[in-house]
Structure formats: C-alpha cells, structure tokens
Design a binder for this molecule. Structure first.
Ligand code: ATP
Ligand code: MG
Length: 400
C-alpha cells in the first residue's frame, strides 16, 4: 500500500489513465519512498503529451513544455508531470540536441542518471525496475544506468550528482562509476555554474558530507569549480567539514570565517548567486564576529533575523565548538527593549532639530545608530526626553 503522501498524487495518475494514458511515479520520490525517507516532491512520468495533460487538468503551469514538463496543481499541491522521453545527443555538453517523446516507460527510465533514480511505481505501488535500482538501494550503491563514461559524456553534471547522492543518502559509489568520474572530471568545466551550484548546495547539506568532501578531493573536483580552483586554502577548509551546512550562504559565511582573505562578494559572483545570498552570508559573518568578541548579547541578537538562527547555531558549533540553544536566543530577543529601529522614540527630524546649525551629513546615521545601540544594550531608556539628553551629552552642539 502507498504512503498517505501519495494519495493526492494517485488521483493524478488515475485521471491520466482514465483518458487511456500510462502514468507512473518516478525519480527521487520513488527512491525516497523505498528508502523510507521523507518524500519532498512527487514527479510523475506519463505517455500523455503536455497538450494532453493540459486538456485533462484545470490548473496546469507550462514550466518546460519543450522538454515535456508541466506542473499540475491539485488541491494546493504541485506535481511535476513529464512526458516519457529520451534525450537524443548532447553534442554541446549542455542540452540534449532534441528531446524525443517516446511511448514506453522503459525508454524513459533508460535516460535517467542512476539506477536508484530509474524505478517507476504505479498507482498500486507495483514497481517497474529494469535496471535493478532496488538492489542498489539495498546495497547502498550509486551506479549509472548503462556505461558510466557515456552517461557522463552526455551530461557531466551527473558526476557531481553522483557525489551529491553519496552525501545525501550515505551510499557508496559503484567502482566503474567512481573510475569514470576520476577520469572525466574535467568535463565538469563545461557545465553552467547555476546547475553546479544546485548540486554543490545539496552536497554540503547531506548527512555524509565529510565522506563527500573526501571524494571530491580524491577525484580532484575542486580544480574544476569556481573559487576553489584558484584557492587551495579554501579547499583545505572544505575538507575539514564534518557536519552538514544547509545553504550556500552558510557555506560562504563558513569560508569567510575560516579564510579572511576571501571576499563573500567574489564567491557569490563566481557561483552566480543572488544578492540575498550575499546579504545573508555577510550578516552571518558579522554576527559570528560579534559572538567571538562578547558571546550572546542584546546587540547581536537584535541584528540576527530569526531565519538565520539555525545557521548561526550550526556555524558556532563548527567554528567555536559551542552548543547554543534556540530557546536561549528567543528568551534574549523577547527581553530586548525594542525589536526594530522604528520603535526608537526620537525621529531623524527630531535629531536634526537638536543641531540647527549643522549641515546634514553622515553624522545623522551615526548618531541614530549610537542611540539605537544604547537602547538595545539597556544603557538608555527609550523615552524621547532621555534620548535627547543623552545624545546632547555625548555630542555637545556648542561648536556644531
Ligand atoms: P531530490 O530529492 O534532490 O529532488 P531527485 O532524484 O528527485 O532528488 P531531481 O534533480 O529532482 O533529483 O531529478 C528528478 C529525477 O530526474 C532524478 O531522480 C532522475 O531520474 C532524473 N534526472 C535528474 N537530473 C538528471 C540528469 N542530469 N541526467 C539524467 N537524469 C536526471
Ligand atoms: Mg526531485
């Protein structure tokens, strides 16, 4: 019997079958289900073309019609539905020259990367497993579907994916697959950085990340990757990682703390990540420096958004071998005199009015910062009159 999580997805299969099409669960969902790991998203493969899928379901988002993929929305859940396909030639290392729709699930499974990812499951939970993926799941082995060299030549990203699954699942690499990666790792340089970044992030977040890092060194993956190819010191830091880092901003913050000569901006740019990643990595680094100086204190927590708590806890464990509890952080936050700058009782205009003869300039932001920090640290009461007195004592207006 199928897991409750699949019950909604079964309806998608039934609706496709009712119109005479074949439909199966495929990919990571089936693998994770067989491993009894939590299933995140459910991929479906079908003989129906995207147009036929669109005709069956009222809400369909055409995310990649040319590759045969649409998203079917059903009761607030999303399912990626892809037409059975093969991928033709990959003459430029990047994209298949043409995607060919096919009629058989078997052909679709044969284009998939690893045996553990090439199992199809029907709505009753019966498995179609032509490449013995279940056996490899039992043996805990990552093995390509077919000849490893050929499969890596078609799409070199698969080499990085192989190591990603080692990290995520704590599996080992089948020997031919490992030998092929060692030989052909240079092909990685042909792959778009954005695709590499997805696998890089998932590898670092895996339970067996330290094994994966050893393997990356063994196969000399580092020489092929942005930032690391020019910086052996960063590679050494990566090799020390023992526990997962769940996102790239966390990884970049870790590297900056380990090797101050690197620039977060450069790492973000070379890995083609967003400004948001930069801001979060940068904030984490500033917070970790504050922690190193004075431990947990009001000003530190005031600046740390709750979304970064877990990352801060993990990084202080790795960098300083301390165990910070989230509940302790929350307790300090609750006791802060203010939660944001908006709550400061003196406005910018009121501050400027205290220095009528002074030209506007950087001093305004500096004073406002000092006021904010003094209030947060409990040195100054958040009352307009008190703030005025305090700021005038600190910065007498006499000479302007
Ligand atoms: P995750 O749990 O991270 O989502 P996943 O196995 O579902 O893992 P996806 O990247 O979502 O990985 O891909 C879904 C499926 O598509 C894979 O299980 C595999 O069958 C196939 N696939 C994905 N990328 C490739 C690739 N580069 N080459 C061949 N098959 C691939
Ligand atoms: Mg997936």
């Amino acid at each position: 019997m199928l897991d409750a999580l699949f019950s909604q997805a079964v309806i998608v299969l039934e609706k496709l079958e009712a119109k005479g099409h074949q439909a199966f669960f495929v990919g990571g969902a089936v693998r994770d289900y067989l491993l009894k790991n939590p299933v995140k998203d459910i991929d479906i493969a079908t003989s129906a073309t995207p147009t036929e899928v669109q005709a069956i379901f009222p809400k369909v988002i055409p995310v990649g019609i040319e590759h045969g993929t649409v998203i079917v929305r059903l009761k607030k859940q999303s399912f990626e539905v892809t037409t059975f396909r093969t991928e033709g030639n990959y003459s430029d290392f990047r994209h298949p020259d043409q995607v060919q729709f096919v009629n058989q699930i078997g052909e679709d499974l044969s284009r998939r990367d690893f045996t553990i990812n090439a199992i199809a499951m029907d709505k009753s939970g019966d498995l179609y497993d032509p490449f013995k993926g279940q056996l490899d799941i039992r043996k805990q082995i990552i093995s390509t579907v077919g000849n490893a060299r050929d499969r890596f030549h078609e799409d070199p990203l698969r080499m990085m994916r192989a190591l990603r699954f080692v990290s995520q699942l704590n599996f080992t690499l089948e020997v031919e697959t490992l030998v092929a990666i060692k030989e052909k790792v240079a092909w990685i340089e042909e792959i778009a950085v954005e695709r590499l970044a997805v696998e890089f992030e998932k590898t670092l977040a895996g339970q067996a990340v330290s094994d994966a890092m050893v393997l990356w060194s063994t196969v000399q993956m580092w020489d092929k990757l942005p930032v690391f190819k020019h910086d052996p010191i960063l590679v050494q830091s990566m090799e020390t990682i023992q526990t997962p880092l769940l996102s790239l901003h966390e990884v970049f913050a870790f590297l900056k703390m380990e090797a101050s000569h690197v620039s977060i901006k450069d790492m973000v740019r070379e890995w083609k990540q967003s400004n948001r990643t930069f801001l979060m990595a940068d904030k984490l680094v500033r917070i970790l420096h504050l922690y190193k100086q004075d431990g947990i204190h009001n000003w530190l927590l005031y600046q740390l958004p709750e979304t970064l708590y877990e990352a801060f806890i993990r990084l202080s464990r790795i960098l300083y071998q301390v165990e910070i509890k989230k509940t302790d952080l929350l307790a300090v936050v609750d006791s802060l005199p203010i939660q944001s700058r908006k709550e400061v009782e003196l406005s910018g205009t009121e501050l400027i009015a205290l220095y009528p003869n002074r030209e506007k300039g950087d001093w305004i932001a500096t004073y406002l910062n000092e006021i904010e920090k003094a209030i947060v640290d409990g040195e100054l009461l958040n009352k307009k009159i008190e703030i005025k007195e305090w700021v005038i004592t600190c910065h007498p207006p006499k000479n302007n």
